[in-house]
Design a protein around this ligand. Sequence first.
Ligand SMILES: Cc1cc2nc3c(=O)[nH]c(=O)nc-3n(C[C@H](O)[C@H](O)[C@H](O)COP(=O)(O)OP(=O)(O)OC[C@H]3O[C@@H](n4cnc5c(N)ncnc54)[C@H](O)[C@@H]3O)c2cc1C
Length: 433
Amino acid sequence: MNERWDVVVIGAGPAGLAAVVAARDRGANACLVEREDRPGGILKQCIHDGFGLLRYQSRLTGPEYAHRELSQVRARQIPILTGVFLLAIRRDDRRFTLTLQCPRRGVFELTASSLVAATGCRERTARQVFIHGDRPAGVYPAGTAQRLLNIEGLLPGRRCVVLGSGDVGLIVARRLTLEGASVEGVYEIKPEPSGLDRNLAQCLDDFHIPLHLCATVSRIHGRGRVSGVTVCRVDNRLRPIADTARLVPCDTLIVSVGLIPENEILRGLGLEFDPRTGGPLVDQTLQTSLPGLFSCGNSLQVHDLVDHVSEGGEIAGAAAADHAAGRLPAIPAMPAVEVRAAGELRQVVPQRLNPALPGRVVLWFRARRTLEAAALTAGWAGKSAPIGEYASLRPPEMQRFTLEYSGEPDHLTLELREVSGDARENGVRAVPA
Ligand SMILES: Cc1cc2nc3c(=O)[nH]c(=O)nc-3n(C[C@H](O)[C@H](O)[C@H](O)COP(=O)(O)OP(=O)(O)OC[C@H]3O[C@@H](n4cnc5c(N)ncnc54)[C@H](O)[C@@H]3O)c2cc1C
């Protein structure tokens, strides 16, 4: 096999699959590297539906969505190196050298002009949140429980408590119920849930699973196996209120307390990261501060919709091919044009714009808090323009919009502000995602 590639994509989840197809369609000699035995990433274990509403206008399951994306890769006969673990990346002489390992070939190297990192995210574990007590068997991150249920065919427990109201936890609560386990409740420390509205309705309300807000698990009980957890309410500084503590008997604690972009393999390369997203700082082509290295999917920022993941993969893959072919104008010097997040904006991606690339730019953002009605404006070079108006915004729901970038060498400030009650009554329009 050719050991010199124009583009190597790391990770064969939906981001990597879309990236490698886009790179090939731009004429690049491209391949995929995946550590698991099968491509598809997290989609393989998401047997519920709700994927592809935007990209395919269909309500697909995760494996169905992965199958459609994978068909595109196979139709182009793009090589997928599965069961291959990436050990190290070096950059020298304007090329990337990847040191990889697999049982069949041992340790080997590939080189690439461009690299796309599409390595997904990992779950925050029970050890990363403070809970007193022992660590008996029966404490699972939600994604691990989902994998046991949907891929291994194993029931993690019969009487379960879920800590955290992220989407993965909500979906697992429903799956456990469908498989005959009882879910005693979902406990969320914040005053509002972290998951999408549709998951709250379809996973909790439809199955009569109680959601307790401003509440947490403060202690795990049990020797050998979980026998119960202490739950209590928290005050407005998220501290447990001792006299509200009560014991909930259970044999399993499912922890769904957040996802962390997986970028450890890139840390040694000296690129800049965004503390708000946990992913690298990127420009509108999703190129990082290291020329030739692109980032997309959940390793760039945690997404809630796979459709946005695939779109980002396409942007990164096409640009990676352009970079390999010498068609992508070099970033003048990072930071190029800074995209500043103001007002109620928690995060914006991309965080930089390359002024040498005027044209249509796709941006994604999240609100800092729940807003009943909000307006987004862009300001640059003393000018300001409305971008959109939203009937409601919640932090779990990532929003996407596009703008025409003229290439002006100034910063761009995006400001999200709550619209007053009067303005709301005067008719605030919702802008489709
Ligand atoms: C439980 C759950 C439910 C969801 N439900 C929905 C839903 O209903 N609708 C919806 O639209 N979206 C949903 N999503 C969101 C969406 O599916 C994910 O955001 C999307 O799958 C992320 O794609 P990705 O390619 O970035 O990452 P992943 O799918 O995680 O893929 C990353 C791949 O990279 C590989 N990899 C990582 N490191 C290396 C390495 N060093 N070497 C080689 N390979 C590596 C991994 O093995 C993996 O295959 C859900 C997500 C989760 C977790």
